[in-house]
Design a protein around this ligand. Structure first.
Ligand code: GLU
Length: 481
């Protein structure tokens, strides 16, 4: 088989959407699996709608996902005017394309007439019959578009996902392929570029299925090779209806900004229309590359489910090495925290299993860096009298004071602390101790907290709790600044 060459060809007319990201991933995986190449082409011929900021959003998203492209220079359609002009001229010279001078009003009247006769509307072909001389005469004075003289026939192609697809071009008619000689439209430029880039396989969304016969006939008219095609299923919302506006129009980068991992995003995207053997769900990038074939791609709509993404993120948060996660964490945390890398790492390791996204880390971890304010009442455990809580905290304090080293491991304290807790009642000791150490209603367990905070800081926090309880002997509700 010839070497596989695929491309991702986004139009920068909106942010890097979920659908776009999936198309990019499937192309990239197909290339990597087949030992081929993956190219990037920016389809920015629509001058009004194309925006630099969208292009940047797309490039940023691709880099975040790690979908590197193999062309050193990104191809931009806006820089290829001359190439399209030459190809359009060729078609015009050969009579395979022609200038059309019909006004919007005329076209609308034709359309209405066809609809009232129950005929599917298409261009009636009036200007197709103008001689070259007549057209040349009108050209300077009347505005004109360029139409493709569609050859009448049945176009058949073998879609790698959907199987045989047949269309009669009579239903399509003479499509507009350029607004003028310098402004080609999508169906035309795509054909010229796919051939120039020697693309072997076009993998893209099902919304392009109706463009494929147009592109095949155009490629043939231009004497260019026709690539193979694969159309990916639509992405549906959880209710199996159209994806919501927010998800359709939002950027994949929003998930990055919330602290989702690129590993989870890739995993989520790959399952939107494809599944590995044995229906596994959690996959690494290498596993995806090893297993990705279009044979396992599905025809039916793929369901987008945000909960699944959250779940996958959790799985990857557990699996990705801590060094890598700490690098990813950097933009989410205060600069100050980064000055204590060893402490940060310890805190991260104990909080890792409790967060759904990296964005949640700061809230979960800030009590390690500064004891939050909390009311004395939070230290109290159920019906246990305050005096008993004070006594238990003092005993715990004693235990920590007696620890020989500044660094205390959870293991060395475990036995004594639990023995003590069995005597006092577990909650009556462990609850106030945990609150004293964290200042929070929910946190990791006291042993883990002591190990991370160290002897000095743990004692300081327990003493503050005792002071707080002592200060409020009447009401039991006060707070420490
Ligand atoms: N620019 C088109 C899009 O973003 C590309 C379609 C194609 O892959 O041919 O939908």
């Amino acid at each position: 088989m010839e070497k596989v060459r695929v491309r991702f060809a986004p139009s920068p007319t909106g942010p890097f959407s979920i659908g776009n990201a999936r198309t990019a991933l499937y192309n990239w995986l197909f290339a990597r699996h087949e030992g081929g190449e993956f190219f990037l082409r920016i389809e920015d011929t629509d001058k009004e709608r194309s925006k630099k900021e969208y292009e940047e959003d797309i490039l940023e998203g691709l880099m975040w996902l790690g979908l590197a492209w193999d062309n050193a220079e990104v191809m931009r359609q806006s820089e290829r005017g001359k190439v399209y002009e030459a190809a359009l001229t060729k078609l015009l010279d050969e009579g395979r394309a022609y200038y059309c001078f019909c006004t919007p009003d005329e076209l609308e009247a034709d359309r209405q007439a066809q609809m009232s006769q129950g005929i599917p509307p298409k261009y009636g072909g009036k200007c197709r019959h103008l001689s070259k001389e007549e057209a040349a005469k009108k050209l300077g004075t009347t505005s004109a578009v360029i139409r493709f003289a569609m050859p009448l026939r049945e176009v058949e192609f073998e879609d790698m996902i959907r199987g045989k697809v047949r269309t009669n071009t009579d239903l399509i008619g003479d499509i507009v392929i350029a607004k003028n000689i310098r402004e080609p439209l999508y169906n035309f430029s795509v054909v010229v570029d796919d051939a120039a880039m020697q693309i072997t396989h076009v993998i893209r969304g099902e919304d392009h299925l109706s463009n494929t016969p147009k592109q095949i006939t155009l490629a043939e008219a231009l004497g260019l090779p026709v690539p193979q095609y694969a159309h990916l299923p639509l992405i549906l919302g959880p209710d199996k209806k159209k994806l919501s506006k927010r998800n359709l129009e939002g950027s994949l980068n929003d998930y990055r900004r919330q602290g989702y991992l690129p590993e989870a995003a890739l995993n989520f995207l790959v399952l939107l229309g494809w599944h590995p053997a044995k229906d596994r769900e959690v996959l690494t990038r290498d596993e995806m590359i090893a297993e990705f074939t279009l044979k396992r791609a599905q025809k039916g709509g793929a369901v987008f489910n945000e909960e699944k993404l959250a779940w996958l993120n959790l799985q990857h948060l557990k699996a990705v090495p801590v060094e890598i996660l700490l690098e990813r964490l950097a933009p989410f945390i205060p600069l100050e925290w980064q000055k204590h890398p060893l402490f940060l790492r310890k805190v991260f390791e104990i909080e890792r299993g409790r967060m759904k996204t990296l964005g949640e880390f700061t809230t979960l971890a800030d009590s390690f860096f500064a004891l939050p304010e909390y009311p004395a009442s939070l230290l109290l455990w159920k019906e246990t009298p305050k005096e008993e809580v004070i006594k238990n905290l003092e005993d715990a304090e004693g235990l920590i004071v007696a620890a020989p080293e500044k660094k205390i491991t959870a293991r060395e304290l475990e036995f004594d602390l639990f023995e003590m807790a069995n005597r006092t009642g577990r909650g009556a000791l462990l609850w106030p101790l945990r609150v004293a150490l964290s200042g929070r209603e929910a946190s990791p367990g006291p042993l883990e907290l002591i190990e991370v905070l160290g002897k000095e800081e743990s004692l300081r926090r327990i003493r503050r709790a005792l002071a707080l309880l002592g200060e409020n002997s009447e009401s039991g509700a006060g707070s420490l600044a």
